[in-house]
Design a protein around this ligand. Structure first.
Ligand SMILES: C[S@@+](CC[C@H](N)C(=O)[O-])C[C@H]1O[C@@H](n2cnc3c(N)ncnc32)[C@H](O)[C@@H]1O
Length: 221
């Protein structure tokens, strides 16, 4: 059966790329990922490399499936872990059953966020708004805040930013003093972790990558 490797690349630092991810990329004849992620693997890529964008996504995935069908060794690289707001979900929906997807996990930005905040995330609610803020996601968010759970969120950088999230929650009855953490550019040189509240969300840098954590159990102050 034709196979496509979907490989997690970690949050962005080369130190967070796993040795097995490098091995898979080194063996691949076709490597696909965003420009930022391909750069992380520059010295490992031996085959053809294609930069994935929102615009060419469907076309490139179609090409990857076609190549895999002809026996080409294909690696799709996803930021963080492929299974959380990563390539796995979208690719699984767009390929037929006759393609085997082999998934190699990577370190998610969510894991790094939890590590930086020194929280255990056994009971945390994870929500991604990366592909837009739908009603289902907003309802899960509200319920989680009201039940006092730790929530780790990938905001939508355009339409549902950390500030929008805080405003939404306050306007639906959440306590404005609930502690909020903004983790920017995790593992990168300009990593920044800031603390605030729903009422006073720390300002984000322009165009930074960001994870937001809402932790009602942390004492105010
Ligand atoms: C398409 S999602 C990919 C998430 C990825 N699969 C993961 O497990 O981390 C992209 C979002 O992840 C978050 N993200 C990825 N890398 C990050 C980093 N280095 N620092 C902070 N947030 C990051 C941001 O919210 C970004 O908009």
């Amino acid at each position: 059966m034709a196979k496509i490797h979907i490989v997690g690349a970690g949050p962005g630092s080369p130190e967070y790329v796993t040795p097995i991810a490098r091995k898979i990329v080194q063996k691949a004849q076709l490597v696909i990922g965003s420009e930022r992620i391909l750069e992380l693997f520059r010295s490992d890529i031996k085959g053809e490399a294609l930069a994935l964008t929102a615009k060419n996504f469907k076309q490139i995935i179609r090409y990857a499936v076609e190549c895999a069908g002809k026996g080409v060794n294909v690696a799709l690289i996803s930021t963080g872990d492929p299974g959380f707001a990563g390539l796995l979900g979208t690719v699984a929906k767009s390929v037929d059953k006759d393609i085997d997807l082999e998934v190699t996990p990577g370190i998610s930005a969510v894991q790094v966020c939890a590590a930086r905040l020194r929280i255990s995330w056994d009971d945390a609610v994870l929500i991604s708004f990366h592909e837009g803020a739908d009603e289902h996601g907003k309802r899960r968010l509200l319920e989680a805040v009201k039940s006092g759970k730790t929530i780790i969120i990938l905001p939508d950088p355009k339409c549902f930013t950390p500030k929008d999230i805080a405003q939404y929650l306050i306007s639906h009855g959440a306590n404005g003093e609930t502690p909020v953490f903004i983790c920017e550019n995790l593992t990168l040189e300009d990593e920044k972790v800031s603390r605030g509240t729903l009422r006073k969300v720390p300002l984000q840098g322009q165009g930074t990558l960001c994870v937001m954590a809402i932790i009602p159990s942390v004492k105010p102050g």
